[in-house]
Design a binder for this molecule. Structure first.
Ligand code: NAD
Ligand code: AKB
Length: 346
């Protein structure tokens, strides 16, 4: 008998950590975690199976299909925006071919067990491409359909995979005689930069926010790679996890679209620095902008319009900027480094 499971790809990453913890603590879902890297010990203990492997390995995916009955896929594996710019061909293979492999796996599973397979895809504000800072300042809360002109390989990959997911769900093999639905129930969220109290990001371009806070908590000097004025939307990790599971649970008839913006707060890098300094007065944070990386951040919107998510599936963040810093990030990150010569919360 195959076991009914939820498959999480990229399970050892930042979102994977939050999601696996959430499933273990709040639900009784059996989770199969897949990642190129071995899952951390604590995560392994929380999964029915922890598989080390590549989403580009079709033999491995076939083995998964033969061993498990997959009802939901949280497809997190990806190369993020900065890393993708250094290896665009590899990024395209992982981010696009990898996603296609997982969509095909979902389709095969749905046909085999006869139930829809939910496919949750974390897209990104990187799908937007604003031409210059003047337009960025004028564009208040960007809607899903606006400025879909990404300047990065990662942004192009995400935008295309959103379309691929819609195609699999709504139009797959539209000319075939049977006209049956594919069974893939694709749902995507365009996430802003995420900040976790438990893990550090790597390979992204929004990483400066997390890096600043973690460095401050450790008493390490940090030179921020964008200028103090740079501004994009951010969110505390628990809200991103909540959004994924709430969107997954939303009745399909409530969804007026397959791709949703969500956001929580939009501080400038300077405002993040001020909060870090207030929490860790000994922190040394300077600004040494890296022009090409800052140029990427400048093409991303300062704020997004998330009203469709609010109307269709009740999206609302639990953490505004005050609560994110005061109740989640500063205490959580302080705890991580406590005993390592860092400041602690009082
Ligand atoms: P992460 O880099 O922490 O995790 C990605 C994981 O994918 C890593 O553990 C990596 O080992 C794994 N991986 C990479 N290539 C793989 C492959 N070929 N096969 C199997 N595993 C592979 O990233 P994250 O922050 O956890 O992000 C998860 C998803 O959310 C990504 O798709 C990312 O684009 C998206 N997202 C993240 C943010 C953010 O700020 N963290 C914002 C928007 C969207
Ligand atoms: C990145 O910077 O690449 C990610 C994202 C915003 O998608 N954190």
């Amino acid at each position: 008998m195959r076991k009914p499971v939820t498959l999480i790809t990229g399970a050892n990453g930042e979102i994977g950590h939050g999601l696996i913890d959430y499933f273990a603590e709040q639900t009784h879902q059996e989770v199969v975690g897949l990642d190129l890297k071995p899952l951390d010990k604590k995560l392994r203990a929380r999964c029915s199976a922890a598989i080390v492997g590549d989403i580009l390995d079709e033999n491995l995916l076939q083995r998964l299909v033969s061993e498990y009955e997959i009802h939901a896929v949280y497809h997190l594996a990806a190369l993020l925006s900065t890393r993708a710019e250094y290896t665009p061909d590899t990024a395209h293979r992982v981010n696009v071919d990898g996603t296609l492999n997982l969509l095909k796996l979902a389709l095969e599973q749905a046909r085999w067990h006869g139930n829809p397979v939910k496919f949750l895809f974390p897209s990104s504000i990187a799908v937007y491409g604003l031409p210059d800072l003047a337009v960025k300042r004028e564009t208040e809360r960007i809607r899903e359909i606006d400025w879909n002109f990404p300047t990065t390989m990662y942004g192009c990959n995400k935008l295309y995979c959103e379309q691929l997911g819609r195609y699999f769900t709504l139009h797959y093999r539209q000319l075939s005689a049977e006209r049956v639905t594919s069974g893939v129930d694709f749902r995507a969220i365009r996430l802003p930069g995420l900040i976790s109290a438990d893990t550090l990001p790597s390979g992204g371009t929004s990483d400066y926010a997390s890096e600043m806070i973690h460095a401050g908590a450790q008493g390490r000097p940090y030179a921020c790679f964008v200028s103090a004025e740079a501004r994009i939307p951010f969110m505390a990790m628990p809200d991103a996890i909540k959004a994924l599971v709430v969107l997954a649970a939303a009745p399909v008839e409530n969804l007026t679209q397959r791709v949703y913006n969500i956001t929580a707060f939009s501080p400038s890098a300077g405002e993040i620095r001020d909060r870090v300094m207030a929490a860790f007065p000994a922190a040394e944070i300077t600004f040494e902008p890296d022009a090409p990386r800052e140029a990427i951040v400048n093409t991303w919107p300062a704020d997004v319009d998330d009203s469709p998510a609010r109307v269709d599936w009740g999206w609302q963040p639990d953490y505004d900027i005050d609560r994110a810093f005061d109740e989640y990030l500063i205490p959580g990150i302080s705890r991580l480094y406590r005993g390592a010569g860092s400041e602690t919360e009082t």
